[in-house]
Design a protein around this ligand. Structure first.
Ligand code: ADP
Ligand code: ADP
Length: 225
């Protein structure tokens, strides 16, 4: 089973704006894929379908074999880990430990298994030392890494990141790239940062006007763009 399959996905907002017109894409397990495209292309709308924030007007989204539907949303949201552009939308607890524990605890993970998940997720983003600190004492780059950990602690099938390199200084940007490269998880990242896409993603998609207009090796996609 691929990590993600989107078939004939079309969507219009309630005001009638048609944002997606028959999007098809498949992402195999372990791939890292960049989703590129101009403002208004439909990137956010597509991402909002991946974990069921929006439900398709037409077509379907399947995550590791599980169709996104009202009755599967709980499991879908565990499988699709969304990392928002602003980490402060994701961190709201008094300590890093509590923030990273929030998702798995909500799924019923308890005790030693919960602590193991939290520590492992923080290790993977190089933030274990900050486990007892309040998130708001960390730098922006560190908060973004903790936000990634909150999602990894759910052991997702696919990690979806919105502009992961935005607002990072060059050192934090490099650190995050290293971390993302080291993860053994399927990644879809929405970005305007073409060097970052080239560095991290073997494959890129270009969405424009609600359709996928290019899909292939990032090097070739950027050469043609
Ligand atoms: P992107 O993330 O690529 O910038 P969006 O998915 O945000 O694109 O937007 C796709 C299209 O849908 C645009 O025409 C946008 O104006 C429109 N759109 C986005 N959100 C809404 C909404 N809540 N209501 C109506 N139209 C919307
Ligand atoms: P992004 O920078 O992630 O592409 P946008 O700037 O396209 O996001 O949209 C930011 C927010 O504004 C989103 O929640 C989107 O749904 C909403 N939005 C975008 N276009 C419209 C629109 N035409 N009507 C109503 N809401 C919109």
């Amino acid at each position: 089973e691929p990590s993600l399959r989107v078939r004939d996905l079309a969507y219009a907002y309630p005001d009638g704006t048609q944002a997606l017109f028959g999007v098809n894409l498949t992402i195999e397990r372990g791939e890292r894929v960049a989703l590129l495209g101009p403002n208004g292309a439909g990137k956010t709308t597509l991402v909002m379908h991946l974990n069921g924030i929006l439900t398709p007007g037409h077509g379907e989204v399947v995550v590791a074999g599980l169709p996104v539907r009202k009755d599967t949303l709980r499991e879908v949201r565990r499988r699709v880990g969304l990392v928002f552009q602003d980490p402060d939308d994701q961190l709201f607890m008094p300590t890093v430990r509590e923030d990273v524990a929030f998702g798995p605890a909500n799924m019923g993970v308890r005790g030693e298994e919960l602590e193991r998940r939290v520590r492992h997720a923080l290790e993977r983003v190089g933030m274990l030392d900050a486990i007892d600190r309040p998130p708001h004492h960390l730098s922006f780059g560190q908060r973004r890494r903790v936000a990634v950990a909150t999602v990894l602690a759910m052991e997702p099938e696919i990690l979806v990141l919105d502009e992961p390199s935005s607002n990072l200084d060059p050192a934090s940007r490099r650190e995050l790239a290293e971390i993302l490269r080291g993860l053994d998880v399927t990644v879809l990242m929405v970005t305007h940062d073409l060097p970052y896409a080239l560095e991290l993603c073997e494959r890129s998609l270009i969405l424009s006007g609600g359709v996928i207009v290019a899909d292939g090796p990032t090097r070739e996609i950027l050469a043609d763009a």
